[in-house]
Ligand binder design. Structure first.
Ligand code: SAT
Ligand code: MN
Length: 594
């Protein structure tokens, strides 16, 4: 081992894991540039990383075709009783799961180095931040953690000063026999993949996958699943939300936190350049928000991450120029296509389709090829500090005061562009019943409608019925200082199957309406599902959209909504006694209004 560990809990844990996993070496990470370069050099030498000639200090990785997204079926919330994990989580008894996984972990790092990665979620030393230590046998994970979290030996100093940490154990599950040659992306078969959480002891055990949220354990595992359980216990919120600051032409600031399922445009919204004249948007975070009630009674949010792990396909100078500018250098690309000039390419990056590429599986690709050149869940890992519209307060340990919450999803029909909740309780009902068509961010079928409450279905570390209670309680604590709640759907389609709303920078028109509502500048019209904008109140200046399209976008068809009720009822029935009475009333009221 290259460094002495003074903290007893940590040194004991390292020893225990090393005894079990039997790595050849142990290396304690310090988070420096030199370390990053050293790791990358090893990854280039082994053939795993391809340096990109066109982008300084940037690399392309290709994963195993079986290891391309989060594996929700193999993700477990292991609480002492099944009821504590609730109906939306997979559950195995903790001792049984640990036994199973210990068998897998035994000797799993043979032939490899075990990396000890001390990291902070949130600014190092801030009272809101949480410390994690990930043990991983993947140098790809180390490099990604350098970007996505604050990896530093200063974190070890904090442990010495008495701070606690969350142990996050990760193995790709691919030991090497003596002399055995490694593959480009080692991982274990699907049936031995486990992404396990033990929220009652703040512990994470992940085995078998090297990809994204399965392996970069600071993100979904710590900052959402474990943190949501801590937040419930401690009275704060850990949410799957972007955070942005809007500034109006008079200089007034509004802070918005918005929850959408994975691959529904959070990164695009977080970095949007408003189409509305004089308005400015700055990014604070694109995926996760931790929120606490401040001394003045308002809700303050921080982004615990330090990078973006964004979906590449569809990202372009038209859809998200700020993301494109973030990606000029120091980026890790995974499962993108490679151009002959040594740059990355993906579907939707620009109109010019190259005549030849190497696809994400490493095969020759031409425009005649049947398959996509980049995997639909291909990702970029980029430092948040490189985003041209990163907010100057993005690392402020105090956070920013939230004015507006937005929930939403991807719905081709039924749901209008925007509506406002009647009250906090009704807003919680909107969050609790949010639905979206599934995307390629999870292994499984794409395009099926599923209820994804608060976009937290895959990320809530305890019983979701209790989570709904927690949101209702937070509203009571916040009282008149609670953020206003809205629901949006950027994805409604016409009868002909065309998107009705242009989206992207034009979404600012919808956000502006929300700000006007907060300021009491505009009224709204009551509909059975919530408060709708009055005609003319959404600023459409400079936008070429027909009155018919606008009408179709905003239409609420009671018959279509009545047809949703059985699915909402079935969804609520899952939670049994844990479903808050207030949500039952909300559903009754909706039925009456319809
Ligand atoms: O792979 S991740 O879980 O980090 C990405 C996502 O699903 O949002
Ligand atoms: Mn996400």
């Amino acid at each position: 081992m290259n460094a002495a560990i003074k903290n007893e809990k940590l040194s004991n844990w390292i020893k225990e894991v090393a005894d079990m996993c039997q790595p050849d070496n142990i290396y304690v990470c310090n988070g420096t540039k030199e370390e990053y370069n050293f790791m990358m050099a090893k990854l280039i030498a082994s053939g795993s990383a391809i340096p990109l000639e066109k982008r300084p200090n940037s690399y392309l990785f290709r994963s195993d075709p079986s290891d391309v997204a989060r594996v929700e079926d193999r993700t477990f919330i292991s609480t002492s009783s099944k009821d504590e994990a609730g109906p939306t989580n997979n559950w195995i008894d903790p001792s049984e799961l640990k036994e199973k996984m210990k068998r897998l972990y035994r000797g799993c790092m043979k032939g490899r180095t075990m990396y000890v990665i001390p990291f902070s979620m949130g600014p190092i030393g801030s009272p809101i931040s949480k410390i994690g230590v990930e043990i991983s046998d993947s140098p790809y994970v180390v490099c990604n953690m350098h970007i996505m979290t604050r990896v530093s030996s200063k974190v070890l100093d904090l442990l010495d000063a008495g701070r606690d940490f969350i142990p996050c154990l990760h193995s790709i599950g691919a030991p090497l026999k003596k002399g055995q040659e490694d593959v480009q992306w080692p991982c274990a078969p699907i049936e031995s993949k486990y992404i396990s959480h033990f929220p009652e002891e703040n512990l994470i055990w992940s085995f078998g996958s090297g990809y994204g949220g399965n392996a970069l354990l600071g993100k979904k595992c710590l900052a959402l699943r474990i943190a949501s359980a801590m937040a419930k216990r401690e009275g704060w919120l850990a949410e799957h939300m972007l955070i942005l600051r809007l500034t109006n032409p008079e200089g007034k600031q509004y802070h918005i936190a918005a929850a959408f399922p994975s691959a529904c445009g959070k990164t695009n919204l977080a970095m949007m350049q408003p189409a509305v004249k004089g308005w400015k948007c700055e990014c604070i975070g694109d995926d996760i928000a931790w929120m606490k009630i401040g001394a003045n009674g308002r809700l303050y949010a921080i982004n615990p991450e330090s990078g973006f792990f964004g979906v590449a396909p569809g990202t372009s100078y038209d859809t998200n120029p700020m993301a494109m500018d973030t990606l000029k250098e120091n980026v890790i690309f995974t499962n993108c296509a490679l151009t002959d000039e040594g740059d990355v390419w993906w579907e939707g990056i620009n109109d010019a389709v190259p005549s030849h590429l190497i696809d994400w599986k490493g095969r020759d690709w031409t425009p005649e090829s049947k398959n996509d050149a980049a995997h639909p869940n291909a990702r970029f890992t980029a430092p948040a500090s490189q985003c041209p519209v990163i907010c100057k307060d993005w690392e402020n340990p105090e956070g920013v005061p939230i004015d507006i919450f937005i929930f939403g999803g991807r719905r081709g029909s039924v749901v209008p562009l925007v509506y406002e909740a009647f009250s906090w309780e009704h807003g919680v009902f909107l969050g609790a019943t949010a639905a979206s068509e599934t995307t390629s961010a999870n292994i499984g079928a794409v395009g099926n409608l599923r209820r994804d409450p608060f976009a937290m279905k895959p990320f809530c570390g305890y019983n979701m019925g209790d989570y709904f209670h927690h949101w209702l309680n937070m509203g009571e604590k916040l009282g008149s200082k609670a953020p206003r709640i809205f629901y949006v759907n950027w994805f409604r389609k016409s009868q002909e199957g065309k998107f009705l709303w242009p989206g992207f920078s034009d979404n600012s028109r919808v956000l502006k309406w929300m700000c006007d509502r907060v300021d009491g500048e505009v009224s709204a019209q009551k509909s059975p599902i919530g408060l709708l904008p009055l005609e003319g109140d959404i600023d459409l200046t400079g936008l070429n959209i027909s009155a018919e399209n606008m009408e179709e976008l905003m239409s609420v068809d009671p018959a279509e909504w009545r047809a949703e009720i059985p699915d909402i009822e079935a969804h609520f029935a899952m939670f049994g006694k844990r479903l808050p009475e207030k949500l039952k009333h909300q559903l009754k009221d909706l039925i009456t209004r319809l």
